[in-house]
Design a protein around this ligand. Sequence first.
Ligand SMILES: *Cc1c(COP(=O)(O)O)cnc(C)c1O
Length: 389
Amino acid sequence: MDISYILNELGEERENYFNAIAPPIIQTSNFKFNTVDDFRSALADEYQGNLYSRGFNPTVDILRKKLAALDGTEDALVFGSGIAAVTIPVLALLQQGDEVICVENPYSWTIKLFTDLLPKFGVTTTFVDGSDTAAIEAAITPQTKLIYLESPNTFSFEVQDLEAIAKIAHAKNIITMIDNSYCSPLYQQPIAYGIDLVAQSATKYLAGHSDVVAGVVTGKKELIKRIFEKEYMNIGAAVAPQNAWLLLRSLRTLPIRLEKITANANKVIEYLEQHPKIEKVLYPFSKNNKQLDLAKKQMKACGGLFSIVLKDPSLEKIETFCNSLKHILMAVSWGGYESLIIPACAGVSKADFDVNNPRHVLIRIYVGLEEPEYLIRDLEQALEKVQNL
Ligand SMILES: *Cc1c(COP(=O)(O)O)cnc(C)c1O
């Protein structure tokens, strides 16, 4: 399907709302029925249509159609957060006694799901180095029901061989799921490689303006219906119509935003890579990445997210650099219009900080829509301060 058709037309039944170009926000909790018979059939199968907005809602439905089509699959559910789009499908797929294989170093709350929450229900998880497909295969047991991927992850950017892992999983009837937030559907299409479920934090590129928290999962109708009927409805993490509408509005500009963000990030990376005070820049398409070929095979581009390591890093140097930035904001999240920075050391107590731990010294940068020269000037003056230590 043509991306312009998906973003401009698909799912938009304008004759149903006065031929308005922009869809309405159907801000309602419930929908009325004319006969008991109609009511009965709606209650018997809520997946059919509109009954109550904890399930489906017409504004959200437009978004569901577009998001499923963007991933090249049949259906989508939209959630009140990205982590709900991870947690709820995972809960739906597993039972007591099942086992999960998860790649190392996924998103922080995904780690908590597998290490803190699921053990309460008798589900255990093995974390495996995702760059080692053979290690994933070797970790499979008769109880393995789910292989959970995040390719690339959003701090150190390791990737997994999606096609090879999906093949191994399917041969053993194991479901595969990926967190595709880093790439978005524009830069990576996991369904095409045989992955069953694709989750994304819609808070990031899809929303793109740092004003909405939401999530999405896409896949075949049969799987999506299974997630919808019990866990989606029971946990009650539906997106609000207003936020769905903001996401529809954001999707119109997703390609042009990503194009500009990627071009900006490439210029900033080019500057940082030649800077004498920068030890290295980590991102999937770095020529120093030992997974470069695989990343290039699976991904169209990298977008705005990457990490750096300062030369001879110390806590003082990292803090001086980050505290000195004037325009690049220190905050969580990414994918919006504004450039951001997170030093990994902010998530570690001062006592636990270990300068020899390669993950502790990472500084993650997200490049947004500002002009690259403006960002480079900010980085330049902050790096100058580091020199004066
Ligand atoms: C932000 C993020 C999430 C969680 O999404 P929320 O919308 O914050 O709940 C999950 N995975 C990745 C990779 C993320 O960056």
